[in-house]
Write a protein that binds this ligand. Structure first.
Ligand SMILES: NC(=O)c1ccc[n+]([C@@H]2O[C@H](COP(=O)([O-])OP(=O)(O)OC[C@H]3O[C@@H](n4cnc5c(N)ncnc54)[C@H](OP(=O)(O)O)[C@@H]3O)[C@@H](O)[C@H]2O)c1
Length: 226
C-alpha cells in the first residue's frame, strides 16, 4: 500500500445563500453575510498557516481578509505562527491586476500559476513567492509542496471552481458553511462546489460537527468523510 502523503489540513470557509449559491449570476463580490459571519471568517483564517483563493474570487473582491483582531494575533504569536497567514492566489492564467488593493494589504502573498505565466510576475515585488505547476494542476502534489513549506493548516476561501477541483481530488477535510437568509437562484450563479460535479452514488458525504443558529444565519461545520 502506498504511504499516505503529508498535506495540510484543509478547511473550506464560505457563505452560501439558502439555495446554495456563493454569489449572484454576475459573479460579483458576495457581501450578503452579516458582520458576525465576517468575524467568523477571520476567526477561522486566524487558525491557519495560509489561505488559498481562486483568481475569480480575487477578481470579484480585489482584496482578501487580513487578521486585525489583536487577540487572534496574540494567539498566533503564542503558537509560534507569524501574525498573518500567507494568502495564496491560484491563477493558471496569471491574469491579475497589481493595482488591486490585495497587493497592498498587510499579509504575505504567494502566487500559484503555470510556468509560462509566472514570468510576468517574477521581476515584480507583487508576490513574496511564486509556485509553478503544469496545468491541469495536480493538487495532491501542490498540497504536499505546501506542507514541505510549513503549511500545516490551510483555509480554502473559494470560489466554487477552486473548491470543486480540490473536492474532486478528495482534498477537502472540513467545511464551514454559513447559510444566509436569501435566495439568489438562477443557473449562472455559482455554487460552493463547481466543476463537473458528482453522481449521486459518488456524492461526498459529510458528518455534521456543529450547528449554530445566530440571528437569521446558521453556522454549519462539517467533516468530509473520505
Ligand atoms: N460567498 C462566499 O463566501 C464566497 C467566497 C469566495 C468567492 N465567492 C464568489 O465566488 C465567485 C468566484 O468563484 P469562481 O468559482 O467563479 O472562481 P474561483 O474558484 O475563485 O476562481 C477561478 C479561477 O481560479 C483559478 N483556478 C481555480 N481552480 C483552479 C484549478 N484547479 N487549476 C488552475 N486554476 C484554477 C483560475 O484562474 P485563471 O482564470 O487566472 O486561470 C480560475 O479561472 C465570485 O463571485 C465571488 O464573489 C463567494
Amino acid at each position: 500500500m502506498a504511504a499516505q502523503q503529508i498535506r495540510p489540513r484543509t478547511t473550506v470557509i464560505v457563505a452560501i445563500s439558502a439555495d446554495g449559491k456563493i454569489a449572484d449570476r454576475e459573479r460579483s463580490a458576495a457581501r450578503f453575510s452579516s458582520p458576525r459571519d465576517r468575524a467568523h471568517l477571520e476567526a477561522q483564517i486566524a487558525q491557519t498557516d495560509a489561505a488559498l483563493l481562486g483568481a475569480g474570487t480575487l477578481r470579484a473582491y480585489h482584496t482578501s481578509l487580513p487578521i486585525t483582531n489583536p487577540e487572534y494575533i496574540n494567539q498566533r504569536r503564542d503558537r509560534g505562527q507569524p501574525p498573518q497567514p500567507v494568502q495564496i492566489v491560484c491563477s493558471a492564467s496569471g491574469n491579475l491586476d497589481p493595482a488591486w488593493r490585495f497587493f497592498s494589504q498587510p499579509f504575505p502573498r504567494w502566487l500559484l500559476t503555470s510556468p509560462d505565466k509566472a514570468l510576468r510576475w517574477q521581476d515584480t515585488d507583487a508576490f513574496d513567492s511564486i509556485m509553478t505547476a503544469d496545468y491541469p494542476f495536480d493538487w495532491s502534489k501542490i498540497l504536499q509542496q505546501l506542507a514541505a513549506l510549513g503549511i500545516q493548516r490551510l483555509a480554502i476561501l473559494g470560489g466554487g471552481q477552486l473548491i470543486g477541483a480540490l473536492m474532486s481530488q478528495n482534498l477537502i477535510d472540513e467545511l464551514w458553511l454559513t447559510l444566509c437568509p436569501l435566495i439568489l437562484g438562477g443557473e449562472n450563479a455559482p455554487t460552493a462546489v463547481e466543476g463537473a460535479g458528482f453522481w449521486a452514488e459518488n456524492a461526498k458525504s459529510l458528518q455534521l460537527l456543529s450547528v449554530d443558529p445566530v440571528g437569521d444565519e446558521i453556522f454549519l461545520h462539517y467533516r468530509v468523510q473520505h
